[in-house]
Design a protein around this ligand. Structure first.
Ligand SMILES: [Cu+2]
Length: 201
């Protein structure tokens, strides 16, 4: 009897652990930008090939929050620190050649857009852009970026709708190829979602 009681306690314990694992798994993925189109979306829609597993889950670029003080390491910012998504930090498209870019104009109003598959309680959204003269020949690092966001949208712990647009103004003084880094910071976990979009000013 005692053994049986211990066993069933152990089974309950395992079930609890299982439920916790499932619930954190459920919170583990879930948004990307499609305006301007992000690298993970270009992989998912087949515009860029040889991307690896990110093509099946563009919403899963989830890494530690706190960028730029914390967050993914330099060289892994665009892949959220996930080695299985390393293709996203490649300075060139995994299929060869340059990442396709969206044409934008400095000083112009722009509507940035996120798509969510899980609507997490949200601290804020921040948008960063690379500096003039950034190093385009390596995986994106903090030294390439203006680490002051050009757009911050506080969200006060609310949950976003499945599609969310933000109106902002593109920074001035940039020309040629740049990367916009969008960061979605979750309020009730230690994580954030990262999306890099290539643009031409
Ligand atoms: Cu999630």
């Amino acid at each position: 009897m005692r053994t049986q009681a211990k066993l069933s306690a152990a089974v309950v314990g395992l079930a609890t652990v299982g439920a916790l694992v499932l619930s954190s798994g459920g919170a583990s993925g879930h948004g990307y930008t499609d305006l301007p189109v992000s690298r993970q979306k270009l992989c998912q829609n087949g515009t860029v090939t040889n991307c690896g597993s990110i093509q099946w889950e563009p919403q899963s670029v989830e890494g530690p929050k706190g960028f730029p003080a914390a967050g993914p390491a330099d060289g892994q910012i665009c892949n959220g620190g996930h080695s299985e998504f390393a293709q996203l930090s490649s300075p060139t498209a995994p299929s060869g050649g340059a990442w396709p870019t969206t044409k934008v104009t400095g000083g112009q109003g722009y509507t940035f857009r996120w798509q969510f598959t899980a609507m997490h309680a949200t601290t804020d959204f921040k948008y960063y852009v690379t500096k003039p003269g950034w190093n385009q020949n390596h995986a994106l690092a903090r030294s390439d970026l203006n680490t002051t966001p050009f757009l911050t949208v506080p969200y006060n712990g609310q949950r976003p709708p499945s599609t969310l647009s933000h109106s902002g103004t593109l920074p001035t003084g940039l020309s040629g190829h740049h990367v916009i880094l969008a960061v979605w910071t979750i309020a009730d976990t230690g994580n954030a979602f990262y999306a890099c979009s290539d643009v031409t000013f």
